[in-house]
Design a protein around this ligand. Structure first.
Ligand code: IVH
Length: 692
């Protein structure tokens, strides 16, 4: 492989490579790697049965990337390397659907299902089969395949026309860009649902919470929002999935819907196994009752069962109403809901000034917990609910983590209370609120004088993942703030033991504890100080990236928007926020004060050493003894190359850096889980090689 690259790099012109015999070899290699990687993607993302490790997969992908870069003449937009998306912002073009995307009529009881069955029997006047499937709760999508290649992906839109989101869809690894086999129609459409798995959704919201960004209410909104992102490289990071359930076209392989689904599965689509052909309503009810419970164990959200007539000929005979097919209905699972009284709406101001409206309710039991408060998310949601104080409101937990208000029982309004209008001024400091164009949240702009923002910033600064100052919890910060001892983060370094120990609840010992913690924090590395500053959108990972790229706070202060966005993974939103932060003189003064107190505002010598990203996303376990470097040095190297150290072997381990005398227990476990061992030399080659 290596001599092939050498050869490529030595050719002076593109022309020569066309006639170069190595070019033929490269093409063959590229094609076979693509095929192999497609198969591994399918094994992993569709079948959930990978046969090689992530590490091996990444290695092959990198190999293919290198070859493709050296041979642009073999570019293929459907290569597995294109799954990472592009950084170029796109706006979507609207495309008319060849077949309109209709909805389904909803039913909520077994009685209504029987009605559907009887209606269908009368219309068809002959025997018929039904197919039960889960109703996936995501964002619907229509994919068009031409000659086995994904040609276009269109959102539902208004049902008549939708947005062309092909570049975003291509980043979803369970969606085949090229179909398996050769028995697919020349052109056909397949419809399905784009979903964000629960674990990805929870992770995303956790991240957003840390950054004080508005949370997504449920995975459906998160998936829909992600599909509409203009930067496909960002979409690639969101780990969406796609389940498919409906084929359309002239020459489908079978006249039975259930058979067509089997074909789709064979061509490489993720089609749920929860598909059951039923001949009686009793069989249908069995399916409904089973999945009503079992769906809670699925990795993605479902909100019901879709019941369809199996024969596509019978489907055609039954036809459509204006809005939905007569050959199918949706049976919706019961959302766990309660009715209670809205007593008031209060507003919370976070450390970045984001204002969140909260509904205060009469306590009510819902799915095993007492609900007293529900999030109202933002001004638009309040407006669309047309809320009045005293209203009887419906509260749902559904799949969401925070209970939400889904509606108002308007018939129960005897005396209409005061209408809830989103506040215009900050509830804490009375500054007029602002709303950034395109964002749902309102912010209080009075960053440096609004009490919850000041206290929030201090609490964030001293928190464990930031400066980790012991003894300064919420209550103590509040106490010191009330006593005028803390008005900003730099004041922390002016605290004197006598000032503190005199305060109520704070004895000499706690005071000393705080002073020691403050002193110790001066050795916290630059990247954590940067995170501690609490610049909006600069979380732990972003702070690390910025610190390692700019090296000193002075460089970062001077960085322009363009310089910032040129850094890997720094988008325009983060760049704008950083520029904004340092354009405020008060912030510059604050940073200068921190500098004068001796905080680390540049990376250490050791961090200045060359490094790379060869181990990005890898979790590595070190075991045994080494000759070339010490264990601690290897640990540092792993971090400097973007990897994570871990003490124990698990399914998450990417590989083991194995020295001599590795423990037999560890060896056995690694073998059992199929985890690769790298020796010192191989490890060094991996990180150095990637740095060339
Ligand atoms: S079949 C003519 N099957 O539910 C409509 N739809 O409310 C044929 N959905 O637009 C759709 N799971 O977005 C079908 N197994 C499933 C489904 C499903 C979810 C969605 C789809 C549809 C909506 C109807």
């Amino acid at each position: 492989m290596r001599d092939l690259f050498d050869n490529i790099e030595n050719t002076d012109s593109d022309q020569s490579s066309l006639h170069n015999p190595d070019s033929k070899r490269a093409e063959e290699l590229i094609l076979s790697l693509r095929q192999e990687l497609n198969q591994h993607n399918y094994n992993y993302y569709v079948l959930s049965k990978p046969i090689i490790s992530d590490f091996e997969f990444d290695k092959k992908l990198k190999e293919l990337e290198k070859l493709e870069a050296a041979h642009p003449e073999f570019f293929d937009p459907n290569s597995p390397t294109q799954r990472v998306g592009s950084d170029i912002n796109t706006t979507f073009t609207q495309v008319k659907h060849e077949y309109p995307m209709l909805s389904l009529s909803n039913t909520y009881s077994e009685g209504e299902v029987t009605d559907f069955y009887e209606r269908t029997r009368r219309s068809l006047n002959t025997v018929f089969e039904l197919v039960c499937e889960l109703k996936y709760d995501g964002s619907s999508i229509s994919l068009i395949y031409e000659n086995g290649i994904l040609a276009r992906a269109i959102t539902r839109g208004d049902g008549e026309k939708g947005d062309d989101v092909t570049s975003n869809i291509k980043t979803i690894r369970s969606i085949p860009l090229r179909l398996h086999g050769d028995d697919f129609p020349e052109k056909f459409e397949i419809r399905g649902e784009i979903l964000m798995p629960w674990n990805v959704f929870e992770e995303l919201n956790k991240e957003r919470e840390e950054l004080e960004e508005p949370l997504f209410a449920n995975p459906r909104n998160a998936a829909a929002g992600t599909l509409k992102m203009q930067n496909s490289a960002e979409v690639a990071k969101r780990k969406l999935d796609g389940y498919f359930y409906y084929l359309l076209g002239e020459n489908l392989p079978s006249d039975l819907h259930s058979e067509n689904l089997n074909y789709a599965r064979k061509w490489g689509f993720k089609v749920s196994d929860a598909v059951k052909v039923c001949n009686t309503t009793d069989e249908v009810f069995k399916f409904l009752r089973y999945w009503e419970i079992e769906r809670k164990n699925l990795p993605v959200a479902t909100d019901g069962v879709v019941i369809k007539v199996n024969s596509t000929i019978q489907q055609r005979n039954l036809g459509f109403t204006a809005k939905s097919p007569r050959w199918a209905i949706a049976y919706k699972f019961q959302a766990e809901q309660a009715v209670t009284r809205l007593n008031s709406v209060t507003y919370q101001v976070g450390r970045t000034g984001a204002v969140t409206p909260v509904a205060n309710l009469d306590p009510v039991q819902l799915s095993g917990t007492t609900v007293r408060r529900a999030s109202l998310h933002n001004a638009d949601i309040i407006e669309s609910l047309d809320l009045h104080i005293g209203d009887r409101v419906f509260v749902e937990k559904g799949g969401e983590i925070i209970p939400k208000i889904t509606g108002v029982d308007k018939d129960a309004r005897i005396l209409m209370g005061e209408k809830v209008n989103f506040i215009a001024n900050c509830p804490e400091c009375n500054t007029p609120l602002v709303r950034v164009e395109g964002e749902a949240a309102h912010y209080c702009p009075n960053e440096n004088a609004c009490p919850p923002q000041i206290k929030g910033k201090i609490e964030h600064f001293v928190s464990r993942k930031a400066m980790n100052i012991d003894g300064l919890g919420t209550e103590t910060v509040n106490l010191l703030y009330q006593n005028d001892l803390l008005k900003n983060i730099a004041d922390i370094y002016m605290l004197k033991i006598d000032d503190i120990s005199g305060l109520e609840r704070l004895g000499e010992k706690s005071a000393q504890n705080i002073i020691d913690g403050v002193e110790k924090s001066k050795s916290i590395p630059f990247e954590r100080v940067l995170f501690a500053l609490g610049i909006r959108f600069v979380g732990e990972t972003v702070a690390k990236k910025l610190a390692s790229h700019f090296k000193t706070i002075e460089n970062l202060e001077k960085a322009t928007f363009e310089e910032l966005t040129s850094v890997d993974e720094i988008g325009s939103r983060i760049a704008e926020s950083v520029v904004n932060y340092f354009s405020d003189n008060q912030n510059i003064e604050l940073v200068n004060k921190l500098k004068s107190h001796g905080l680390k505002l540049s990376v250490s010598e050791e961090m200045m050493l060359p490094k790379g990203d060869a181990l990005n996303g890898k979790t590595i376990v070190i075991s045994g003894t080494f000759n070339k470097h010490s264990r601690d040095e290897y640990k540092k190297m792993i971090e400097q190359y973007g990897g994570k150290n871990s003490g124990s072997i698990s399914g998450k381990t990417s590989f083991i850096l194995a020295g001599e005398n590795m423990g037999p227990e560890k060896l056995k476990k690694a073998e059992k889980l199929g985890i690769r061992l790298l020796n010192e030399e191989q490890f060094l080659e991996l990180i150095m090689g990637a740095n060339l």
